[in-house]
Design a protein around this ligand. Sequence first.
Ligand code: NAP
Length: 239
Amino acid sequence: MTKAWVEENVTRPMRRIGVGKLGMVQLYWNDYDKKNYVDAALFLTDLKRAGKIGAVSLTNFDTKRVKEMVDAGAEISTNQIQYSLLDRRPEKVMVDYCRQTGVGLLPYGVVAGGLLSDKYLDARAEDVVTNTSSLRKYASVIGQVGGYQWYQSLLRTLRAVGDKHDGASIANVASKWVLDSPAVPAIIVGARNANHVSDHLALFDFDLDADDRAAIASVLAKGAQPTEDAYTWERGGRW
Ligand SMILES: NC(=O)c1ccc[n+]([C@@H]2O[C@H](COP(=O)([O-])OP(=O)(O)OC[C@H]3O[C@@H](n4cnc5c(N)ncnc54)[C@H](OP(=O)(O)O)[C@@H]3O)[C@@H](O)[C@H]2O)c1
């Protein structure tokens, strides 16, 4: 991991798309045993200071490794990780760390590939078709955190909360819950069509109140609680 290699891999896409600056570069690292991700983050920070990158970001790093990079002097804007009503692993330690340091979380999986939407409310388990790797992953998350009956009770609670707010969709309530986290400046939602887009825009028409949050917390408390940090399970660790 040399400075020249990082610089070349940032300037090559800039040349290809004909821009003088990349808005954001996200770093992912597979093998934590190789510590060169710290060097990579520092070289990216140099490129940011030189005006070639707007923001240096990470994806799927755990808190310990984000801290290593920040402590070494890397200027990290965000860490893109899975965070949703089904996946609350970031709340173990990452959210607090982000609040202290100003690193933002940029969550994906917020509506769990659509599993957190009205489409699956009251669906029978055998009718849920998990025909993409993404849906299979999010379905396996349901298996980790409470199973199908618990998941349906969560959907019913979200539906009741949405009904209280002029029929806000389950996707809206699930998205709002994540967006309300103090460490989350923005969320990623995979809109596939115009209906999804207009539905997501309705996200800003309501706020979750204390009763809503208590009703949701009560269902979450009945599920299994995460034991590890974000993206540890995906690297072969426990949920
Ligand atoms: N860094 C990483 O490791 C990582 C991993 C995953 C994703 N991502 C990023 O996140 C992006 C989004 O992926 P995701 O996995 O997070 O997807 P997602 O937003 O959890 O799910 C997208 C699916 O949810 C359903 N949906 C979206 N909006 C809806 C709405 N308003 N109402 C009802 N259903 C709705 C749609 O399903 P239907 O088509 O069935 O309606 C859509 O295909 C990706 O493109 C990628 O950039 C990053």
